[in-house]
Write a protein that binds this ligand. Structure first.
Ligand code: ADE
Length: 351
């Protein structure tokens, strides 16, 4: 990967920095900086979006104001405060960081030292060191890869995001603002989140569009290139159970891995129905959806109205609540996208 010329890199970072100062989001971990606040926010942001993290971060800081307070906490309380953020090993690792720092009475002073902690990889180490300690280390994650692949017009296909990050490490370092590495890294994150999005990047208002080789060639949406994802085929059997004006639905619990709090059609597997009974139910609809790396086919069986009472008694899903929704209330419920669309079809079929 060829670095930008020093003059070009200088202009790039100046344009990026000026833009960041103008538009940066007012996020709680940016209002007041400390190593502790940065470590907490970067752990939370590892696999979770900014909007979700905000209330968790604020609550966390109310509970534990510094490494010493967190180090003295019970693991059970720490896990409870993490509830809903997912990937709980992050909470345990964050507690481990606090306990070691409290015990050693010293915070790490380099990217390499940060990386010695469990749960802190290259990205998090560079983010913490640059944002809270002014250490000149460039972050490289999916957002930064996307920006740099477009900036340099790099049309190579990368095996996966980790190998792309390795390939772009040198270019990321060559554009880094060494005097202001924290702002620079956050500006790159902000550019990836707000402007240089994967689909439909907002090039017209991009502060660094004049440096972008991909835009000059009109290929920005096609970069960076990765092999097509191998999708796993999954089949689900759903039930369409309408009794008069009511339709049977489930509401997913807040703690489910996917589709939290959303309403969907119930799955056959969540009921104790003899196979020879369900085999007689009419297959009335089939829909396809994709979630992450799964290509899901959902087949709908129509449950005879007379069977619905018995069916409901056999429901036993831990992560969902079964309920009947009046057809006049269906528009008020939050359904997953595909189920909203399929509901309209199913209402037509069963009218
Ligand atoms: N994602 C990871 N770290 C972040 C930060 N400091 N600000 C915004 N988004 C982020």
């Amino acid at each position: 990967m060829t670095p930008l010329s020093p003059a070009c890199a200088h202009e790039f970072r100046a344009a990026l920095h000026a833009w960041f100062l103008r538009v940066r989001r007012d996020l709680p971990w940016r209002r007041e900086r400390s190593v502790y606040r940065t470590v907490v926010s970067e752990f939370m942001l590892q696999q979770t979006q900014v909007d979700t993290v905000i209330p968790y971060f604020e609550n966390w800081i109310r509970n534990w104001k510094n490494f010493d307070e967190l180090a003295a906490a019970d693991e059970a309380d720490v896990l409870r405060a993490w509830e809903g953020l997912g990937y709980y090993s992050r909470a345990k690792n964050l507690l481990g960081v606090a306990r070691r720092i409290a015990e050693e009475k010293r915070v790490p002073a380099s990217v390499e030292e940060w990386r010695e902690f469990r749960g802190i990889g290259a990205y998090t180490a560079a983010a913490i060191a640059s944002i809270s300690q002014g250490i000149p280390a460039a972050v490289v994650d999916g957002n930064v890869v996307r920006i740099l692949a477009r900036l340099s017009g790099d049309e190579r296909e990368f095996r996966d995001s980790a190998s792309a990050a390795t390939e772009f490490a040198e270019l990321a370092s060559s554009v880094l603002d060494e005097k202001n590495p924290g702002d620079h890294n956050e500006a790159m994150m902000e550019l990836g989140a707000l402007i240089c999005s994967r689909r439909s990047p907002r090039c017209e208002i991009c502060p660094v569009k004049n440096f972008c080789a991909a835009r000059a060639r009109g290929i920005e949406e096609s970069l960076p290139k990765f092999p097509p994802k191998k999708m796993k085929k999954v089949e689900v059997v759903r039930l369409w159970c309408r009794v008069g004006n009511e339709v049977l639905l489930v509401r997913n619990a807040a703690g489910t891995r996917r589709l939290k709090n959303l309403c969907e059609f119930p799955r056959l597997e969540d009921f104790a129905v003899p196979a020879k009974t369900s085999a007689k139910w009419e297959k009335i609809f089939e829909g396809k959806r994709g979630i992450a790396d799964e290509a899901i086919t959902e087949r709908f069986l129509c449950v005879p109205a007379k069977f619905s009472g018995r069916l409901e008694k056999t429901f036993s899903a831990e992560q969902a609540e079964l309920f009947r929704a009046g057809t006049e209330d269906l528009e008020k419920l939050t359904l997953s996208g595909p189920h909203r669309k399929w509901l309209r079809e199913l209402l037509k079929i069963s009218a």
